[in-house]
Design a protein around this ligand. Sequence first.
Ligand code: FAD
Length: 414
Amino acid sequence: MNEKNTDVLIIGAGPSGCVAASYLHIEGIRVKVVEKSKFPRFVIGESLLPRCMDHFEEVGLLECLQDCNFEIKDGARFIKGDAVCHFDFSKKHTKGWDYTWQVPRADFDKALTDEVQRKGVDIAFEHEVVDVSFATDGSSKTTVKDKDGNLETINAKFIIDSSGYGRVLPRLLDLDKPSALPKHSSIFTHVKEEKRPEGTEGTLITFDVVSTETWLWVIPFSNGNTSLGYVGPTEYLESFPGTNSEKLKAMIRLSDYYRDRFKDSEFLFEPILIKNYSKSVKQLYGNGYVLTGNSSEFLDPVFSSGVTFATESGLLAAKLINRELNGENLDWEKEYSDYIKAGVAVFSTYVNEWYTGNLQKLFFHRPENPEIKEQICAVLAGYVWDQSNPFVKNHQRLVKTVAHIIDLEDIENR
Ligand code: FAD
């Protein structure tokens, strides 16, 4: 069998793998990426958060994305019946980027891999990791299969598993753990919009809350297509009869706001159903490997945190590996696991409290409290490590407490 050597092997060329590869390459570390698919390939995860702009900028991947003219996302709109809550990323507690993009991921991920390759990183497309074995010193032998079925071995000092839904190391090392979040699923597709509403209405990203636990996303792209997806408890989604197309059409009809806009829209592909999408793992790292992005943890699409966590964790993992390969002794528990888990914990609270309805009370309560809104906006922009933000520092207590105060006010006003 053909054998190759590298310092760091990265599994998967999504945003997490690309950011990690770019960083390590800049630092002069030998890195190789293996990617199962041929790019461009479809993947879901089209609404980004401002925080990920920091990551792309730091590793020299921002310019190639700026050249793509993706639709600007400078906030997000949530609708529930007649109530509207619009977050503006320029009005947030934490300093940082006030815009990002709404992206067809096939184009976005291709732009990233093109640039990473142009910088000189070796990416092997259509190469699937099928097996990994670790020695006691953490070095590894990875078996990779190409599209013709040929096998090769890659020897590495360290593996970054950025394999997303492939979850390569969680599967091979039995690291999967049931998510603590309720079982939710999603069904989605793209439509071509021949006649979009004029102005920002046509391009605004919106989450239409159809019921406390179910919602429709509308993510317009600059290429004239729009992503539509419906999310809710798995059992509820399964209760819709028919094909995925018939199910999604029926779900779109539940949206008072968007029913007419999309009633004649043709789906560009048969809607895809992802069941029970929340994932978790027993540990985020081990001897000779680290899990980043979706191969570690995925919560829920409601706050669009997936890609940002993928790039945050990919970049941090790459920085730590660089230090370790340069002879430093690291505390991975503190420097990687605790840090990533702190951010995940904030978003977990927001996701949980979204589906209990508590967070929706904060979003749709009138009059708005501008200070609270700016603090929540910083969280929704992905700045979830800023301890100066009370809605980060006291996330577990504060959302519940403010929702309770709103309930009391409502009782008084009756
Ligand atoms: P990916 O982008 O999935 O990339 C992983 C790569 O690894 C893939 O290219 C794959 O081909 C490759 N791979 C897999 N197995 C192997 C193997 N054995 N060998 C080699 N390569 C392999 N996130 C957002 O930020 N915004 C959103 O709006 C959003 N919406 C979502 C909606 C739904 C319904 C769901 C389920 C998720 C959503 N997400 C969203 C999450 C988002 O999809 C992921 O968080 C994001 O794509 C993770 O990036 P990644 O780099 O970790 O993995």
